[in-house]
Design a protein around this ligand. Structure first.
Ligand SMILES: *[C@@H]1O[C@H](CO)[C@@H](O)[C@H](O)[C@H]1NC(C)=O
Ligand SMILES: *[C@@H]1O[C@H](CO)[C@@H](O)[C@H](O)[C@H]1NC(C)=O
Ligand SMILES: *[C@@H]1O[C@H](CO)[C@@H](O)[C@H](O)[C@H]1NC(C)=O
Ligand SMILES: *[C@@H]1O[C@H](CO)[C@@H](O)[C@H](O)[C@H]1NC(C)=O
Length: 225
């Protein structure tokens, strides 16, 4: 980190700590299934058949409509510090690739600006990305859902997936499943994302709270593309 970046970071932190304290009460850890991302949104990186990270989002249970955003307009100064550790970059390249646009750095920077900065009181930037990687590794959804991924026909129900995930988190806590309409077949709902929720400390798994009448909810009979 250059001195100027350091000064800028110190400035941002000095603003953030009073402002950001209490701005979130739990984390949503969002993983995506690349084949569904490619089908519903289009993608530049096709052919990935493992769950990857979309983001780790500090969130507010009583204010589910919008996630808190802390430093969206001021975070430019702290960009790119992610890249100081080649070990971390290599972990993120595997776990957190930019499926849609194939621009990993940009994806990480945006996720950090929009979300990571809201939990600075808990995790600094390196810790935030390390913790995300470890959540990805610990939950290993590709392995956890292996039997369903391989199953044909690939129509699924919510309970089966919840149970497999609860098996790996060793809790009864509810994940959230997010589905989206297939681009090629409007009557097909595809499993796109799986959200696992953590307490304020980012360690303890807790129940996820769904948004009221979310359009992304999964109903039994959705597909795993
Ligand atoms: C969550 O949002 C509500 C409504 O804006 C606010 O009153 C509350 O303080 C927030 N909780 C935390 C922990 O910031
Ligand atoms: C996840 O599980 C698979 C086995 O299905 C294994 O090959 C892979 O290395 C695991 N990933 C991590 C990060 O441990
Ligand atoms: C979910 O699917 C399994 C078979 O894969 C079936 O045994 C179970 O009854 C189904 N549950 C619901 C709620 O439909
Ligand atoms: C669209 O998906 C539904 C299942 O949800 C299936 O019954 C139907 O045959 C599909 N249509 C086409 C054109 O593939």
């Amino acid at each position: 980190m250059t001195i100027l970046n350091g000064v800028a970071l110190a400035f941002v932190l000095s603003l953030c700590i009073p402002m950001c304290t209490g701005s979130y009460d739990h984390f949503k850890f969002v993983q995506q299934w690349p084949p569904a991302v490619c089908d519903t949104s289009g993608c530049k990186r096709s052919g990935l058949s493992r769950f990857t990270i979309h983001g780790l989002w500090p969130n507010n249970k009583t204010y589910v409509k919008n996630q808190p955003t802390c430093l969206t307009n001021r975070a430019n100064s702290i960009k790119a510090t992610i890249l100081t550790s080649s070990n971390l970059v290599s972990k993120l390249s595997t776990s957190w690739p930019d499926v849609k646009n194939a621009n990993d750095n940009d994806f990480w920077n945006k996720q950090w600006d929009k979300h990571g900065t809201c939990s600075l009181q808990t995790y600094d930037q390196a810790q935030y990305f390390e913790r995300s990687y470890n959540m990805w590794k610990e939950t290993n959804l590709t392995k956890t859902l292996d039997s369903l991924i391989k199953q044909t026909p690939r129509q699924q129900n919510v309970t089966d997936i919840e149970q497999l995930i609860q098996g790996v988190t060793a809790t009864e806590k509810k994940p959230l499943l997010r589905c989206e309409q297939s681009h090629s077949n409007a009557s097909k709902s595809l499993l796109k994302e799986i959200v696992i929720c953590y307490a304020h400390n980012g360690i303890t798994v807790i129940d996820c709270v769904s948004r009221p009448k979310s359009t992304f909810e999964c109903y039994d009979g959705f597909w795993f593309p």
